[in-house]
Write a protein that binds this ligand. Structure first.
Ligand code: C2E
Ligand code: MG
Ligand code: MG
Ligand code: MG
Length: 292
């Protein structure tokens, strides 16, 4: 190692870059194989009605169990799948699996609300989303009102008019669409103006700040005022403490998700939770696990 470093800096960086390129190539190869090897699963995180603690829906979150590298976070591989176009196949798989799973769960727990599926902005360009959604709802039997799509943003949507038309056809089908991670990156006011969405999800970085900094609270209040005047639904992401929950309740926020209530979990755990709680999560003063 020391010897390697002893060579020219250029050589050292070139080597590192080569290693990086190799590991990217490996990741790409493995990502393609993973779909066929069934290494992907979905976890579900409850979304609750803050006032009552009732579970009003679940968000489907993708998990990749790599045989050698272990668990790989979607935050790592989704941007990658977006770049190489694999997001199309992957996104289709997620939509089918989530709708099948939740249509099943609803046969046992008819009061479980919606399933929210993350759709990357790239997917709208790569496939006919409204046709796909129609097909999936048709064959899984999940009612359209029970499906929510969350638009996640890694890059600028280059054709807002096109996506906007797609969203309108989904609206006509009664499928709701939420703008995810609102306030961060590209998910911002200009999208709110141009895209017909049902509501927005306030990113957890903002929720974290509401009880920490007065400016943090001010930003969320401003977002809530915008949502209110545009008649948009709001979901607060990443609620971890009862102080945050109380603050949100004080601001009349209705829906939230976060570790305070439940972590994302495999389907069988979700079923056990619904069984044990009758769909109502009560929060003790000491949350079970709070991870900062
Ligand atoms: P997201 O859609 O904003 O999902 C919420 C993320 O916050 C999830 O991370 C969830 O596990 C995490 N989270 C929930 N509650 C808390 C909390 O109280 N505290 C903290 N610290 N985190 C919390 P995850 O599962 O790692 O997913 C990361 C991102 O990857 C998602 O962010 C979404 O943008 C993307 N993603 C996940 N699944 C899919 C998918 O099926 N398709 C696409 N296109 N993107 C996906
Ligand atoms: Mg999401
Ligand atoms: Mg989000
Ligand atoms: Mg987020």
């Amino acid at each position: 190692r020391a010897k390697k470093r002893g060579r020219s800096q250029y050589c050292y960086f070139a080597l590192e870059m080569e290693e990086q390129a190799q590991s990217r190539a490996m990741l790409e190869r493995d990502l393609r194989a993973a779909l066929h090897l069934q290494q992907f699963t979905l976890h579900y995180q409850p979304v609750v009605d803050l006032a009552s603690g009732t579970i009003c829906g679940v968000e489907a979150l993708l998990r990749w169990q790599h045989p050698e590298r272990g668990f790989i976070s979607p935050a790592t591989f989704i941007p990658f799948a977006e770049q190489n176009g694999l997001i199309r196949e992957l996104g289709e798989w997620v939509l089918w699996q989530a709708c099948r799973d939740i249509a099943d769960v609803r046969r046992r727990f008819p009061h479980l609300g919606y399933v929210a599926v993350n759709v990357s902005a790239r997917q709208w360009r790569l496939q006919d989303m409204s046709a796909l959604v129609g097909q999936v709802l048709n064959s899984t039997g999940l009612p359209a009102q029970q499906l929510v799509l969350e638009i996640t943003e890694q890059s600028f949507i280059d054709d807002l008019a096109f996506v906007s038309r797609e969203l309108r056809s989904l609206q006509l089908m009664d499928v709701r669409v939420l703008l995810d991670d609102f306030g961060t990156g590209y998910s911002s006011l200009s999208y709110l103006k141009r895209l017909p969405v049902h509501g927005l999800k306030i990113d957890r970085s903002f929720i974290h700040d509401v009880t920490e900094h007065p400016e943090g609270a001010a930003l969320v209040r401003a977002t809530l005022a915008i949502a209110d005047s545009m008649k948009l639904a709001v979901v607060a992401e990443g609620v971890e403490t009862s102080q945050q929950r109380d603050w949100l309740l004080g601001e009349d926020v209705r829906h939230a998700q976060g570790y305070l209530y439940a972590r994302p979990m495999p389907l069988d755990e979700l079923l056990a939770l619904l069984e044990a709680t009758h769909g109502r999560l009560t929060i003790t003063e000491q949350p079970l696990q709070v991870v900062s």
